[in-house]
Design a protein around this ligand. Structure first.
Ligand code: SF4
Ligand code: SF4
Length: 469
């Protein structure tokens, strides 16, 4: 058995004593690597630039947890908008589930921040400072010489600098770019809470990207656990063609019976999660495609067709059946995704900047204010609940459509701050003569207006008036 053969009774990232075994994945070249580099570069630029882009006057993506306000590509949400956020997060969840059912862990290998930053930044910096995989492994195994101390100090200093940039960008998504710019130019003591959050985030990211790395995908990430229930025989994943590759090259297998796999272990050497793809689909595989490029290079050198390891489905590779894209789980997930996205679009399209609803107060149905008048004066009590969904301050004015109905409120109009939800008591005063058999219906108008004039909205609601017969 080759010394490169991975253990079968435990994760290859732990030794027999259960201690962490660090991986030093070999460098790989190839078209997939080039494409991943481009995708990762685009994603990193998007990550760094997105908070600085304004859409409809708001940060493109903002999750201000302290102020409980959220901005997603021009749409604004507040904590009292939770159902809408459920739509948004539900769409993301269903989108990832559908992608997984169709193309396996495409997200993990191509777009997950853990992979993007570790593979395209941290590991790259490590290569520049400590050398290639063999040199890095040698350095790690060697004694703490001045050279090793120097290289390690340089590496961790570089990691810290990069992590600080990432953390500040990350922070911009949570506090907003204006507040971030203000905070970095002030004494940390002015914002102790944020400073602690920033320091903790830096420590966590440094730990995750600099040291913990593939352990996050293998041990911690819940998505990795779910993938098996989302995928089936038609899901397209990175897979080793057993039919073509086996029996792999070995001393006891006659040459004329050997498959295309020459047991070079190059696919294992480049794997960042330390698995052997030839053992079949595994939970630890993040679909990074490094083994595809590595094996294709080997196939090219031995004059065999590329694709011993490739993107394919079980049905296409083993059963020799065409991959079915339309199948029950894909249909169910597509219908659910279409439903939730349509629900989100509809709710957003019909959502006013300020929502106002009038409720009957659950007290006495009416009060007689002046019983002695020829036409007795009555009043009914209501509540107006107003929710401001925007990031602008504004005001609400209530008026009644009936000329004989007077609106009495402590403040009319009343101010409604950005994101505020307010309940205001309202009395409607009217003469008994407008009632027919003790009741009638009138319309209330709620006129909402932003202080900066960005929006103005009028809503009408019919309310019942009640009085004695
Ligand atoms: S790189 Fe290809 S040929 Fe080499 S061990 Fe892996 S599957 Fe076999
Ligand atoms: S098996 Fe291949 S695709 Fe999966 S993580 Fe390892 S190198 Fe990446």
């Amino acid at each position: 058995m080759s010394i490169k053969e991975l253990p079968t009774d435990r994760l290859s990232s732990t030794d027999e004593q259960g201690k962490r075994v660090f991986f030093y994945p070999a460098d790989v070249k190839g078209p997939y690597k080039n494409w991943r580099k481009r995708v990762h570069a685009i994603l990193m630029i998007v990550f760094l630039v997105l908070p600085w882009i304004k859409i409809n006057g708001h940060q493109a993506l903002l999750m201000d947890l302290a102020e409980r306000r959220f901005a997603i590509f021009g749409l604004t949400f507040w904590a009292h908008d939770a159902p809408m956020l459920i739509f948004v997060f539900g769409s993301v969840l269903l989108g990832i589930s559908l992608t997984t059912a169709l193309w396996g862990r495409l997200w993990c290998g191509w777009a997950c921040p853990e992979t993007v930053f570790v593979e395209s930044i941290y590991r790259q910096v490590e290569r520049w400072i400590e050398g290639n995989a063999i040199q890095r492994k040698r350095l790690a195994a060697g004694p703490w010489t001045p050279k090793k101390i120097g290289l390690r100090t340089l590496k961790w200093a570089a990691f810290l600098g990069i992590t600080l940039i990432l953390t500040h960008s990350f922070m911009a998504y949570f506090v907003g770019t204006e507040k971030l710019a203000e905070m970095v130019t002030h004494n940390p003591a002015d914002n102790p809470g944020t400073f602690v959050f920033m320091a903790a985030s830096t420590a966590i990211l440094l730990f995750a990207f600099g040291w913990f790395r593939e352990q996050f995908c293998v041990i911690l990430c819940p998505y990795g656990r779910f993938q098996s229930i989302l995928m089936d025989e038609d899901s397209i994943t990175v897979a080793y063609d057993e039919v073509r590759g086996e029996p792999r090259r070995a001393k006891d297998v006659p040459k004329d019976q050997q498959g295309d796999c020459i047991s070079c272990y190059r696919c294992v050497d480049v794997c960042p999660t330390g698995i052997d793809i030839r053992r079949g689909s595994q939970m630890e595989c993040i679909g990074c495609t490094a083994c595809i490029d590595a094996c294709n290079e080997v196939m090219l050198n031995i004059h065999k067709p590329a694709g011993l390891i490739r993107y394919t489905s079980y049905n296409a590779m083993v059963e020799k059946k065409p991959t079915r894209f339309i199948r029950p789980r894909v249909v169910i997930l597509s219908v659910a995704l279409t439903g939730i996205v349509s629900g989100l679009i509809f709710t957003l399209a019909t959502r006013p900047p300020v929502k106002t609803t009038v409720f009957n107060a659950k007290t006495t149905p009416f009060q007689v204010l002046d019983a002695k008048a020829t036409d007795p004066v009555l009043s009914n009590q209501f509540y107006l609940v107003a929710s401001n969904y925007t990031f602008e301050h504004g005001s609400v004015r209530i008026s009644a459509s009936h000329p004989q109905v007077e609106v009495i409120s402590q403040t009319n109009p009343f101010a409604l701050d950005a994101g505020e939800e307010k309940k205001v008591g309202v009395f409607l005063k009217f003469p008994k003569s407008i009632l027919k058999q003790g009741t009638t219906r009138i319309e209330l108008q709620m006129q909402t207006q932003a202080d900066n004039g960005r929006w103005e909205h009028v809503v009408s609601q019919e309310v019942p008036l009640a009085g004695p017969f």
